[in-house]
Design a protein around this ligand. Structure first.
Ligand code: 6AU
Length: 266
């Protein structure tokens, strides 16, 4: 199964150029940790990106929660991504018709397509969501340098996704003419897809299992990687609210990476 293969070998199977890049980055930098930088001040995000940069393969933003968003925030974030060697994902969770998502991706205040290596999208509208996102690209923002992660499951308790939705999401991710734009799947279990060229991104990761007050459900780094098939573990508040952010990021990195090494060694 795909979970037994190394990131290096899966890089060679990836159809998305960004997935290939990210698999290779993970293997070289030896990290499968994604930081969810869910903070509402630009400087706080940049500070967090600088502190955690050495330990992460990916930094995930929700740019619409940044109160003081500016173009210089993006310039500075990109500089940190280059300095520390990580990719940027805007967790926009697009969910509309193709024409609308194309505009939301390329236009507006945030011009996400100009700077985010990766974005997230719901599969609810069907495969036109992938076509719509691709339609926003061209010129400097080539489709070769961008990719999408499709949501096939959610970590929220009581979410409405069922087996059929999961199966059909897998079909969108692996069949059809636009699969070179799909870098991976956001999900909670290894059975969401089988194709080893896609990356499984799994949120809801914390040292202590449990729930928050608003329906989020957490599992340990070891559990998501070894039992649930996660290739990248997403950690937000587990790191953001720690008293020593660097140490905590390093410890999540160590535990997620050790779990991956054990998984491929067996
Ligand atoms: O570690 P947390 O709970 O502080 O943050 C988890 C992050 C948040 C969510 O928007 C995101 O992961 N997320 C997603 C993603 C990545 O798409 C899907 C999901 O099912 N659950 C989830 O928490 O930024």
């Amino acid at each position: 199964s795909r979970t037994k293969l190394t990131y290096e070998s899966r890089a060679n199977l990836a159809k998305s150029p960004v997935a290939k890049r990210l698999f290779n980055l993970m293997a070289t930098k030896q990290t499968n940790l994604c930081l969810a930088a869910d903070l509402s001040e630009a400087d706080a995000i940049l500070d967090m990106a600088d502190k955690c940069g050495p330990y992460i393969c990916l930094l995930k933003t929700h740019v619409d929660i940044v109160s003081d968003f500016s173009e210089s925030f993006i310039v500075n974030l990109q500089a940190l991504a280059t300095r520390h060697n990580f990719l940027l994902m805007e967790d926009r969770k697009f969910a509309d018709i193709g024409n609308t998502v194309s505009l939301q991706y390329g236009q507006g205040l945030y011009k996400i397509a100009n700077w985010a290596d990766l974005v997230t999208a719901h599969t609810l509208p069907g495969r036109s969501i992938v076509q719509g996102l691709k339609a926003a690209l061209g010129g400097a923002n080539s489709a070769k340098e961008r990719g999408v992660f499709l949501l096939a499951e959610m970590s929220a308790s009581g979410n409405l996704i069922d087996e059929k939705y999961k199966e059909n999401s897998n079909k969108i991710a692996t069949e059809g003419g636009d699969v070179d734009f799909v870098a991976g799947v956001v999900c909670q279990s290894a059975d969401c897809f089988a194709f080893p060229g896609l990356i499984q991104l799994t949120p809801g990761v914390k040292i202590d299992e449990g729930v928050d007050k608003l329906g989020q459900q957490y599992q340990t780094p070891e559990h998501v990687v070894k039992e649930r098939g996660a290739d990248i573990g997403v950690v937000g508040r587990g790191i953001l609210q720690a008293s020593n952010v660097e140490k905590t990021a390093a410890s999540y990195r160590d535990r997620l990476w050790a779990a991956y090494q054990e998984r491929v060694a067996k």
